[in-house]
Design a protein around this ligand. Structure first.
Ligand SMILES: C[S@@+](CC[C@H](N)C(=O)[O-])C[C@H]1O[C@@H](n2cnc3c(N)ncnc32)[C@H](O)[C@@H]1O
Length: 275
């Protein structure tokens, strides 16, 4: 699909090899007078990989923060059947995105708003995509953590978030037949974790969960006896761990963790309540 934007991105022939450097280089060209991330388009093959990495599907609502010519949101609708919103500060790019969406036949599934990404309500998104400068990514991080529901996926192109380890990293070589340049794109995926830190109690069990984003460690006491806990894992709201001979799998839902406990003697449901 040729999106043929009314506003063209920086000529690829001026870009350094890696697309993160391309964005930084363009920012340097834009000088310090303007703190916005400049417009450098994500190559179409990388767009599709970003959406695939997020596991995008029909029920998703995708928000692209700094949406340029709209290509990520349009691809989310066209290729993955999702709905979406592009947020872009430059009015000409917003206008070009609307036209591109209309031409792609997805005008009814996507919309574009002229807005600062820092003033955007993210709560509707199940997938967020980002290709912005590191300082802006840093400022977005608390919004992403607090406004997105557990299980929402964030995919960033080129720059990771500070302190929040990605759930997956992918590097891909990008061929650009137009000018025979190649470049490398780094993609980062995060799954927003449910808040699980704290102490939890159920029928003879006491749990203490230590949490750093999606990384958790669990101390478990069963009937007064400390257990060896292994394989503690948190993915969105899904939590699992083994404690002694028992294996637990369940969901963190506000003030409860409900799930099933499997022991050599059989399987039973169990609900932990937050202390
Ligand atoms: C590197 S481009 C990425 C465009 C598109 N997401 C893509 O991947 O092809 C970054 C875009 O973010 C926009 N932008 C920069 N700062 C912004 C802000 N604070 N709020 C909204 N858009 C912004 C720029 O105008 C530019 O179009």
């Amino acid at each position: 699909m040729d999106l043929n934007p009314a506003v063209k991105p920086e000529s690829p022939s001026r870009w350094p090899a890696a697309l993160g450097l391309a964005l930084l280089a363009s920012a340097a060209i834009a000088q310090d007078t303007d703190q916005r991330a400049p417009y450098v388009a994500t190559p179409q093959e990388v767009v599709e990989r970003m959406l695939a990495l997020a596991g995008t599907r029909g029920e998703d609502f995708v928000i692209d923060l700094g949406s340029g010519d709209g290509r990520i949101v349009i691809a989310a609708a066209e290729k993955f059947g999702a709905r979406g919103l592009g947020v872009e500060i430059e009015p000409e790019l917003v206008a070009a995105s609307r036209e591109n969406a209309r031409r792609a036949g997805v005008g009814g599934r996507v919309r574009f708003e002229q807005r600062d990404v820092l003033e955007t309500d993210l709560s509707q998104a199940t997938v967020v995509t980002i290709y912005l400068l590191p300082w802006l990514v840093d400022r977005l991080q608390p919004k992403l953590l607090h406004e997105l529901a557990p299980g929402a996926r964030i995919v960033a192109h080129a720059f990771p978030m500070k302190g929040w380890k990605p759930d997956r990293v992918e590097r891909l070589r990008v061929a650009r037949p137009r000018d025979r340049q190649t470049g490398e794109s780094e993609l980062y995926l995060w799954i927003v974790p449910a808040p699980a830190r704290g102490t939890w109690r159920a029928e003879g069990w006491d749990l203490r969960v230590h949490q750093n984003y999606q990384e958790i460690e669990i101390e478990a006491i069963i009937d007064g006896r400390p257990q060896v806990v292994n394989q503690a894992r948190l993915a969105g709201s899904e939590i699992s761990f083994s404690a002694g001979e028992a294996f637990f799998r369940g969901r963190v839902e506000g003030r409860t963790i409900a799930g099933t406990l499997t022991r050599p003697s059989g399987t039973a449901t169990i609900t932990f309540a937050r202390n």
